[in-house]
Design a protein around this ligand. Structure first.
Ligand code: COI
Length: 361
């Protein structure tokens, strides 16, 4: 595989310091974008080429561009954190790069070399370093690498041209309530992904498929939808855009990866962080019946959601057809908050990075 260099073409008109500071004071999630973006092309027979860092701008696409019709698209999400000494580091970008390759394989797209993925993220963060929020708060710079099929034509086949991009967005809490517990609607008829399908790939189609179920969750008064497996409609899979963890005292459990669950980097990191803190951390199947029963008999002490965007978010109320219950009295649980702090301390550079997860720039 070829590794293109990234040519720097910085913006002549970046936002002023005052405009940027006003955004950083209240960034929200995914509402504002930094001054630059990275683009790299792929063409059949030529491979990856024309890597560039350019001013953030709309991209022009022919109306017959294949991604607009057949959704050959994949994406990633990772964050850059301001460290105590003012420097910046990203969290486990190699894991995102590898998952991006797995997603590419599933959608018959070319695989971007891991080092090119990391180089592209690094180039953007270095150029737009002033956009990385101050050390110590909930805020970070969210990076969104993605790839689209850019061949023009209506034939259904893997495209012969692709565009890889990285954009960046300063991010506060994903949920407006911050670490306030979210409520969950367990959907027992809609499914997110099927065995042999695209559930493990990070592709827009999975998120498009989640929107109706998410709207149904909202109609039930809940913040998020939880999916069960597509075969037995029994085993807990994940939320619309996050993985789940169940806390049984000193044991924490996350559903076993089945091929239809997204292999979350935060999910994976927490298995290690929890073990480092002395918890037993395991991957097991969890049924919705078990979830309800163990919450009602008190053995299931906390539930939380995790993902790059949401970090760790406690689950409060849970609803399914005919039943409703609360986790940890509707308050953030002790283990949830402990794991959240332990992970954030590593990411913010205030705890030892013993697994070499931080990637300094
Ligand atoms: C993430 O946590 O990075 C996600 O991709 C979830 C969502 C924002 C799509």
């Amino acid at each position: 595989m070829t590794t293109p260099t990234i040519e720097l073409k910085p913006s002549a008109h970046p936002l002023s310091d005052a405009e940027r500071e006003a955004i950083l004071a209240n960034p929200g999630f995914g509402r504002h974008f930094t001054d630059h973006m990275v683009t790299i092309k792929w063409t059949e027979g030529r491979g990856w080429h024309d890597g560039q860092l350019v001013p953030y701008a709309p991209i022009q696409l022919d109306p017959a561009t294949t991604v607009l019709h057949y959704a050959q698209e994949i994406f990633e999400g990772l964050k850059a954190y301001r460290q105590p000494d003012g420097s910046v580091a990203t969290f486990r970008p190699d894991q995102n790069a590898r998952r991006f390759q797995r997603s590419a394989r599933r959608l018959a797209m070319p695989e971007l070399p891991v080092e090119t993925f990391i180089e592209a993220c690094d180039a953007l963060v270095k150029q737009d370093k002033a956009w990385v929020p101050a050390h110590g708060g909930e805020e970070s710079l969210y990076l969104r690498p993605f790839m689209i099929a850019t061949e023009v034509g209506l034939g259904v086949k893997p495209a012969n041209e692709y565009l890889f991009l990285v954009i960046a967005s300063p991010a506060g809490a994903y949920f407006p309530g911050g670490v306030k517990p979210v409520s969950i609607w367990v959907s027992e008829d809609r499914v997110r992904a099927v065995p042999g399908g695209m559930g493990a790939a990070k592709t827009g189609g999975n998120y498009a498929a989640s929107l109706l179920a998410q709207a149904e969750a909202a109609a039930e008064g809940c913040d998020q939808v939880c999916y069960l497996d597509a075969v037995e409609h029994k085993w807990v899979e994940e939320l619309g855009g996050m993985n789940l963890y169940f806390v049984y005292g000193d044991k924490i459990v996350t559903p076993t990866l089945t091929g239809s669950i997204l292999e979350g980097v935060t999910r994976d990191s927490l298995l290690t962080v929890a073990r480092d803190l002395g918890y037993e951390a395991v991957e097991e199947r969890v049924s919705v019946e078990q979830w309800q029963r163990d919450s009602e008999n008190g053995s299931l002490t906390e539930v939380f959601a995790c993902g790059t965007a949401a970090v760790i978010t406690p689950v409060g109320t849970v609803k399914r057809a005919g039943a409703e219950w609360q986790q940890s009295g509707g308050e953030p649980g002790e283990v949830t908050l402990r794991l959240r702090s332990a992970l954030l301390d590593i990411q913010r550079g205030t705890a030892e990075d013993k697994h070499g997860w931080m990637h300094p720039l």
